[in-house]
Ligand binder design. Structure first.
Ligand code: NAI
Length: 244
């Protein structure tokens, strides 16, 4: 399949997990792809790699400008960089709240702000945000993380409304638990990793974790002209977690 030929894409958090699977899939399907990441050292050709911290506005601006220059413009932005947090509202202090919102919410805003002038010049511009089932389901022990992804969901709707007349579509994917290095770290830190994995699998009616490739496929669909009539909405990739 070469349906992304001529498309120039930037994927934040593209060095690992969902972001890496997305960057690889878009490149396999013919796109020119740049990755923006805190640590892009493991990213290799044909992907272009740019080091930036989404909590640092200057580094985001520089990386987005460099990526757009290297690609000759931008058609697709995948806002995927994110971090997790566990606990109830009693467990996370103000500093943790600021840190997670700085990455998951403001990070997305900074990247979008830097990318929008480039996307406006594209004839098929799309922004796809990696949100989460946590945005719309009440999950225990995820108060801070859920709130940050709730903001990502609201931003998806607001940005879709703001930019629809400019021809820029804005959507998000809402994954359930995805088998990525992030979840690997979560399991490693659990007292009984096997029991924790079984509990995460049991949360999803399909009885298994989502794969990064499955989320990448949904992002690719939302970034492609096949979803040209779709904006301001979320696509669940959660093993039936919310719908069933
Ligand atoms: P991951 O930890 O495997 O990859 C995240 C990438 O983001 C890493 O390469 C990391 O270096 C980069 N990153 C983190 N902070 C950054 C910063 N300040 N600036 C630039 N890059 C930064 O994680 P995974 O699982 O692939 O998650 C990606 C996205 O998917 C996140 O937004 C997460 O909230 C979301 N998600 C993940 C789920 C899961 O179960 N793994 C479920 C639902 C959503």
């Amino acid at each position: 399949m070469n349906d992304f030929a001529g498309i120039r894409a930037l994927v934040t958090g593209g060095a690992s997990g969902i972001g890496r699977a997305t960057a690889d899939l878009l490149a396999d399907r013919g796109a020119q792809v740049a990755v923006l990441d805190l640590d892009p050292s493991g990213v290799d050709k044909p992907l272009l790699a740019f080091r930036a911290d989404v909590t640092d506005d200057a580094s985001v601006r520089a990386a987005v400008t460099d990526a757009a220059d290297a690609l000759g413009g931008l058609d697709v932005l995948v806002n995927n960089a994110g971090i997790g947090a566990q606990g109830t509202v009693e467990d996370n202090d103000d500093e943790e709240w600021r840190r997670v919102f700085d990455v998951n919410v403001l990070g997305l805003v900074r990247t979008a702000r830097a990318a929008l002038p480039h996307l406006r010049s594209s004839s098929h511009a799309a922004i796809v945000n990696t949100c989460s089932v946590a945005a719309t389901a009440g999950l225990p022990q995820r108060a801070l993380y859920s709130a940050s992804k709730g903001a990502v969901y609201s931003l998806t709707l607001a940005m879709a409304a703001d930019h629809v007349r400019e021809g820029i579509r804005v959507t998000c994917v809402n994954p359930g638990t995805v088998d990525t290095p992030w979840v690997g770290r979560l399991l490693d830190a659990a007292p009984d990793p096997a029991a924790e994995r079984a509990a995460l699998q049991a949360r999803q009616p399909t009885g298994r974790l989502v794969t990064a490739a499955e989320v990448a496929g949904a992002i690719a669909y939302l970034a492609s002209p096949l979803s040209g009539a779709t904006t301001g909405t979320a696509l669940a990739v959660d093993g039936g977690m919310q719908g069933l």
